[in-house]
Design a protein around this ligand. Sequence first.
Ligand code: SF4
Length: 472
Amino acid sequence: MKAQSLQFKRNASDALHDENLKLAMSFAKTGFIGKRAAAVAAVPQWQTIRDEARELKNHVLDNLDHYLLAYEEAVIRNGGTVHWAQDGEEAAKIIVDLCTQANAKTVAKGKSMVGEEASINEALEEAGIEPIETDLGEYIIQLAKEPPSHIIAPAVHKTKEQVSELFHEHHQQYGRQEKITDRAALVHEARVILREKFRHADVGITGANFLVAETGQHVLVTNEGNGDLSSILPRTQIVIAGIEKVVPNLNDASCLLRMLARSATGQHFSNYTSVMGGPKKAEDTDGPDAFHVVLVDNHRTDMLAGDLKEMLRCFRCGACMNHCPVYGAVGGHAYGWVYPGPMGSVLTPVMVGIEKAPDLPHACTLNGRCAEVCPMSIPLPSLLRRHRQTTFEKQLQSAHSRYGLKVWAFFAKRPIVYRTLTGLSVRFLKLIGGRRGYLKRLPLAGGWTKGRNLPVPQHAQTFMALYRKQQS
Ligand code: SF4
């Protein structure tokens, strides 16, 4: 996907004034968080599974070349072909070539975030091939000509009324004149229209949640079964996946599966968890004639070799963004590219270049909830701090932030002066805050006071002074 505006601050400011977005996000936040908490609480050995999963992925990342080659060998053994893509552009070219060779007019697509990285839809359209998104959320945003705003719920920013408008506008060509607003009826209408599209698609493209090195199969998880239909019905099947998706065997995949749906949607298991691989065999009743896998690097090996390696443990559950107060307030589009929320603020600067996305590592309060809920124990705030350091070193932040930090560092290295100054500042703030207890404007805190009042300290002492007093 081509980067939208990566001006996070401007996008976020616009998003905060979008009433429909506020409404849609309020429904989304409450649902995801509560369901995940209940699902995790129901598994007493959660932390043990989490530790096992972290060790498993660390082992795979330390031996990634071995497992990728083993996977390729197994896919070939099964009758398939593996293609290696250095970046998204190369992946899109490979896929367009495969579709052209298959004389494809239409392509049924399952949801794939790495497919978004590669802008597959745009590349197919340019080649005169019609891509049809078959995941309901992706279908909605395809009609709206918008990028996804969440990695597992791409249309989470849309209200039911907006979806109703979209369907009414686009479904009249299928003889559906009546405008419907009932949720179940909307789903039914999309299902009927998509079913026909599946039947006529020449190629099916899906992502993969895991690639199994031992067997050459891939595991695909969906809640709608669209991934299975996209894989089985068309004559040619293409799977696109990042190189970090490989796991040694099916047992390892099942360890990760125990956490995936629980962390993502709070389900014990997704509705459809399918294990597939290779073209149709003589004894099979269905399946594709040709099977291809496109493995995409797109800066993953840079991460592997650098200090963001832990990010490659991510299996795209979305829990970090569901628990992020910044994402919850501004939604996914404000982040400007494929991946939003905390994981996006780590990935995007690597994949598009930190010079193009210097605001993202700062779109975070460092409250740490993302790391707490991340099933793969990825220390997201620490990774964001590493990016922040890079933005500071490359002088990508505004001049006043850089000089502000330098001044702060000067005093922080001199604790007695620091304590004296912070003590005086607290007293001063309390004094000018007066009876009101807050300030409407404060120099150097314009970003805060532009949208809200700044409460002044209730006591004329610093937090540390009060803490020490209470301890003693
Ligand atoms: S960083 Fe962790 S919580 Fe966020 S999507 Fe990846 S695995 Fe899930």
